[in-house]
Design a binder for this molecule. Structure first.
Ligand SMILES: Cc1cc2nc3c(=O)[nH]c(=O)nc-3n(C[C@H](O)[C@H](O)[C@H](O)COP(=O)(O)O)c2cc1C
Length: 452
């Protein structure tokens, strides 16, 4: 039986997400990011194509590693200006019935209870179609904006995350029992106080003593995403993530990291398929292979090398305007270590050619760029998924919304005709749709032991 793929659209509430320079393309509409109807139209397009979710990236902080200044990022719209990702979700949810929203929130700048409440509110407002991409940040500029002098170190960020998510589970899963809300008009009892429990946490990084403010939402805990790929990041994902976002240009290496993640999940007491794994991919398609190639050539005219390098500098903590110092900077990275590792593997002289670095990420921000007719794209997606044991793809765009419209109109029907993509949505919450089981986290997940 064909593997049924999952598809997410990968976007961000900004004009220049992954493919730097493309905002200048005459058909690109990403500059409309600040208007509600831009997002509502996108959500409707994705639901027409039976996409599983819209994955929203978010970065708190400006990209100022390249040349030691934010000028390139500002001039070229490299993930700045950027608006809040949470606030665009309710109108999109209102305009759709099934599409899910996996939203990135950097926990390093959040207080436990206000964050728990925002996510519970979204779970209520979307009828259980919300996911949270757990990130800890990688830009010092973000930490400085949040009132700190710099980011805490990479591994400590994950230790803080461990504590933070445990408190969230306690709020979401443990604080209110299922039957706490009685809404008994005769007795005048909305909520039974005996069924609402205080979260008391005395940890290394947080001290919390509070009850959750929200009644239980459809999923309680949002579907948990994670994207870190350092050894600390992978161990965290294996314990907590229900969905993991991976990046790789090479099939054997991607297959290896997927196998490792599933093995670590088993060691953490979970099943290998308790984690759905999505690979970053960019698709450029057309009526024929030739049309798609012509479109890709046309797109490339607008790509910006300096924009791509400014983006990559922020991810890795390496200032690519000083090519001779790439190796040393990569070795000491306090940013995304898995991204920086690309520049230390293969010896100190590897990847010093900044033009090739820029080319490798300019379109889509990394991962394979698949160009061809729908048949070719479907062949590629299916074979990547088979060879690497992927559950699906997070599709970056080149031109917004053209890339997604092309996938919906051309690639989705091709995948459906092969039995590789659903023709109808499954009922229920995001978690029910993904795992074909209940709306709550599995009993083998660490959050489950905090239930009453
Ligand atoms: C594909 C991908 C997408 C990511 N998206 C975001 C994002 O939107 N916001 C963010 O702050 N971090 C993002 N990250 C950073 C990761 O969540 C994580 O914090 C980072 O990879 C550091 O982890 P590592 O050193 O374990 O790889 C992303 C990482 C990857 C690989």
């Amino acid at each position: 039986m064909a593997r049924e793929l999952l598809l997410n659209a990968f976007a961000m509430n900004c004009a220049g997400h992954q493919s730097q320079g493309m905002w200048r393309h005459p058909r690109d509409k990403s500059e409309n990011y600040k208007h509600t109807d831009h997002w509502v139209k996108l959500a409707r397009t994705l639901e027409r194509g039976k996409f599983d979710g819209l994955f929203l990236a978010d970065v708190v902080g400006v990209y100022d590693v390249y040349g030691g200044s934010p000028d390139t990022a500002l001039r070229e719209a490299v993930q700045v200006p950027t608006n809040d990702p949470l606030l665009i979700i309710p109108p999109m949810a209102d305009a759709t019935e099934h599409l899910a929203f996996a939203v990135t929130v950097n926990l390093s700048h959040e207080a436990p209870l206000p964050f728990a409440r925002r996510m519970s509110t979204l779970d209520h407002m979307t009828d259980g179609r919300i996911g949270w991409n757990i990130v800890t940040g990688y830009l010092d500029s973000g930490a400085k904006g949040a009132g700190k002098s710099e980011q805490v170190t990479h591994d400590t960020r994950y230790d803080i995350a461990e504590e933070f998510v445990t408190i969230q589970y306690d709020f979401w899963e443990g604080s209110w029992e299922d039957d706490a809300v009685r809404k008994n008009r005769e007795e005048g009892v909305f909520t039974d106080p005996a069924k609402v429990h205080r979260v008391v946490h005395e940890g290394e990084y947080f001290h919390v003593n509070a009850v959750h403010l929200c009644e239980p939402s459809p999923q309680r805990t949002p579907v948990l995403y994670q994207a870190g790929a350092s050894s600390k990041g992978t161990a965290f994902a294996a314990r907590h993530a229900e969905c993991v976002f991976v990046v790789g240009h090479s099939r054997p290496r991607l297959a290896e990291s997927v196998a490792n993640l599933r093995k670590l999940a088993v060691e953490a007491g979970r099943a290998p398929n308790d984690i759905k794994i999505f690979a970053l991919t960019t698709v450029i398609t057309g009526a024929t292979d030739e049309d798609a190639q012509a479109k890709a050539e046309e797109y490339k005219e607008y790509l910006s090398s300096s924009g791509a390098l400014a983006l990559m500098a922020g991810w890795t903590g390496i200032d690519f305007s000083k090519p001779d110092r790439v190796g040393a900077a990569a070795a000491g990275s306090n940013s995304i270590q898995s991204a920086a590792a690309m520049f230390t593997q293969g010896g100190p002289s590897a990847h010093r050619d900044v033009d090739s670095i820029a080319r490798s990420v300019a379109l889509g921000g990394g991962g394979p760029v698949l160009i061809g007719s729908a048949k070719h794209i479907a062949d590629e997606l299916v074979s990547w998924a088979e060879e690497c044991d992927l559950d699906g793809f997070n599709l970056a765009y080149a031109v917004m919304p053209e890339t997604f419209e092309d996938v919906v109109d051309l690639v989705v029907p091709e995948l459906q005709s092969r039995g590789s993509f659903k023709t109808e949505y499954a009922p229920g919450t995001y978690r029910e749709k993904l795992f074909k089981r209940g709306p709550r986290l599995e009993s083998n997940h660490p959050a489950a032991r905090l239930r009453h």
